[in-house]
Design a protein around this ligand. Structure first.
Ligand code: CNA
Length: 237
């Protein structure tokens, strides 16, 4: 039996799949990731991207932060791809219990997934830092300069910046899901951003599958590894 047949069998037998993903899940929708050869981290900016999307930089230079955020991090107008759609279908069929994602683009929900744990938040939620009023992503996109609420407060995207903590509830729910999964599929992530990447250590089963174009630090821990396009594999499951 080859690797793909093995994975097909595991998916058939599973009743409690958890999918853990990253930016590579959405590249096939046209949204660039950070660390691929054509990703954001290979482009030239005035500052390293990790610095621009840090809390300190956001506080010190909000004008530059929002210019970068609007141009490079606000993926509006994109559609879910085959991976998002298959995961939504598995959930509906009762085979998949949760998607844990590092993505901030909302595409899993757009494809119909219900149980989605967004470790790094979502560009679709934006709150006034003074009065907590909700604002849409379009509001942030179209605001001139630093987006401001009617009350005068800055509207901040509900996205976890470097130096900021992750939501405790989301972490706990993700750990619970991962530790109870019968099959854990980890895909489209370089597994280099912590604490998110460390969550896969909570998996206790023996069906850990890694699908990623590039190698990851967790390849040797996986029971099956595919260095291929995610869409190519998922479309055959
Ligand atoms: P990353 O570090 O950019 O790694 C992405 C990985 O996906 C790389 O190792 C690629 O080899 C792999 N990859 C890319 N496309 C494919 C594909 N089609 N098939 C298989 N593998 C592929 O991204 P991570 O998610 O690991 O890093 C975490 C950051 C990136 C999170 O904080 C995200 O918020 C952030 N991010 C999110 C988005 C989004 O929401 N769509 C886009 C860009 C960055």
């Amino acid at each position: 039996m080859d690797k793909l047949e093995m994975l097909q069998q595991w998916v058939r037998e599973s009743r409690n799949i958890v999918f853990f993903g990253g930016a590579g899940v959405s590249t096939e929708s046209g949204i660039p990731d950070f660390r691929s050869v054509d990703g954001l981290y290979r482009q030239k900016f005035d500052y390293p991207p990790e610095m621009i999307i840090s809390h300190t930089f956001y506080e010190k230079n909000p004008e530059y932060f929002f210019r970068f955020y609007r141009e490079k991090m606000l993926p509006l107008g994109f559609e879910p791809n085959i991976t998002h759609r298959v995961l939504a279908r598995w959930e509906e069929e009762g085979k998949l219990s949760a998607v844990v994602t590092q993505n901030i683009d909302g595409l899993h929900q757009k494809a119909g997934s219900k149980k989605v744990y967004e470790l790094h938040g979502s560009v679709l939620r934006n709150y006034c830092t003074r009065c907590r009023k909700f604002h849409s992503a379009e509001f942030v996109k179209n605001a001139p300069g630093v987006p401001r609420c009617e009350c005068g407060g800055i509207v901040k995207p509900d996205v976890v910046l470097y130096e900021e903590g992750l939501d405790q509830n989301t972490i706990e729910q993700s750990i619970w899901a991962i530790s109870h999964a019968d099959l854990l599929i980890v895909a489209g992530t370089s597994l280099t951003v912590y604490p998110a990447a460390g969550l896969i250590n909570y998996y206790r089963g023996n069906r850990l599958v890694l699908i990623n174009r590039d190698e990851t630090p967790y390849d040797s821990q996986a029971d099956l590894v595919f260095h291929q396009s995610l869409g190519e594999i998922i479309s055959r499951l």
